[in-house]
Design a protein around this ligand. Structure first.
Ligand code: SER
Length: 339
């Protein structure tokens, strides 16, 4: 089988680390890893090439595109929801203009190679927006096409870029004399909060769960910015990686949508603490809700309906919350912090 070249943006981020490790293990691929900051050593050794640069630098992207034939683009680079509220115009540039730049590269590549390019995109539960807690409780497990009124810049950016992906896949330059349909095979998942044992997220609003775990494992006190009863969906990072890889591999004919919910478990912040205390009984966590960040959490659904992903491409998480903590998170953080 010919070696496939895969571009990963945001390669130094949480998802990037795990994804590159898995892609490298699967073999048969050349990974081109790109990030704003130099790629970590642990990741670098698994890559064919690493690029330090900005996804807003179109000449850099174009030169990469002339030097390589990409089979798939995993476009992970983004500013998460809390950071995006602090720098909304920067967030818009990175999350929207950056994604547009990568979609254009996918089109260029497709023309050069005369075939479709897969574009795999992590979207988020932040695309949803429930106006009140009562509405959130009433909504329960939300389906993909409902409650799409996000209150964050990040959520708005993700919702819009999902639509951009759909446009590039189906309607790109639809008035041209020669219709150029189907250049970009755009596929996205709306991730819940991801919890990794090996890395900490930066700038997200679901960060309270991983922060609580990593603090407990280091015996550090932690003031949780979410209310004890705050409930949103979460997923263990290995399942997040599996979702991206499975979606990439799914036969196109099976897909009925461009963007899918994927769920795993949805404990409240208090329930997360209980799970952590089973292994770290001395965990020193207190709840000090930040009303503004909590309002964002309250606008996100308490659970997602992922039946379309299950039906179309066999999505099924390996980790429920018991297994995620007992078999993945706790052993791995113990090892990481020698506890
Ligand atoms: N984890 C992200 C955040 O908190 C949501 O996708 O911003």
């Amino acid at each position: 089988m010919a070696t496939k070249t895969i571009l990963v943006t945001g390669a130094n981020g949480e998802i990037g680390h795990g994804l590159i490790e898995h892609l490298a293990e699967q073999g048969g691929v050349h990974i081109i890893a790109m990030d704003l900051v130099p790629i970590d050593k642990s990741v670098r050794t698994r890559c064919h090439r690493t690029v330090t640069g900005d996804i807003l630098d179109t000449s850099l992207l174009e030169s990469l595109s002339t030097e390589h034939d990409f089979d798939t683009i995993f476009h992970l680079a983004a500013l998460l929801s809390t950071r995006a509220e602090r720098q909304p115009t920067l967030a818009h540039r990175v999350n929207v203009d950056g994604t547009l730049n990568l979609l254009e590269i996918a089109v260029t590549q497709s023309r050069l190679q005369g075939r479709e390019i897969k574009f795999i995109y992590p979207s988020s539960i932040a695309v949803y927006g429930l106006p009140t807690l009562a509405a959130k409780h009433a909504a329960g497990r939300v389906q993909e096409d409902r409650h799409l009124e996000p209150r964050t810049m990040y959520g708005i950016n993700k919702l819009y870029t999902e639509q951009l992906g759909r446009y590039y896949a189906n309607f790109y330059r639809q008035l041209d004399a020669e219709i150029s349909k189907g250049f970009v095979d755009f596929r996205g998942v709306r991730f819940p909060g991801l919890i990794s044992a090996t890395t900490l997220p930066t700038g997200g609003t679901s960060d309270f769960a991983p922060e609580m775990l990593h603090a407990a494992a280091q015996n550090k006190p932690y003031a949780c910015f979410a209310r004890e009863d705050a409930r949103i969906p979460f997923m263990a990072m290995p399942d997040g990686i599996t979702a991206l890889l499975r979606l990439r591999e799914a036969p196109r004919a099976r897909l009925t949508r461009h963007v899918y919910n994927v769920g795993a478990f949805n404990p409240s912040a208090g329930e997360i603490l209980n799970l952590i205390r089973r292994s770290f009984p001395a965990a020193n966590v207190r709840f000090e809700p930040d009303t503004k960040r909590q309002a964002i959490i309250d606008s996100w659904p308490e659970d997602v309906d992922d039946s379309a992903a299950r039906t179309d491409w066999g999505w099924s998480p390996a980790y429920d919350q018991e297994r995620a903590f007992a078999e993945y998170l706790v052993p791995a953080v113990r090892e990481r912090y020698h506890r």
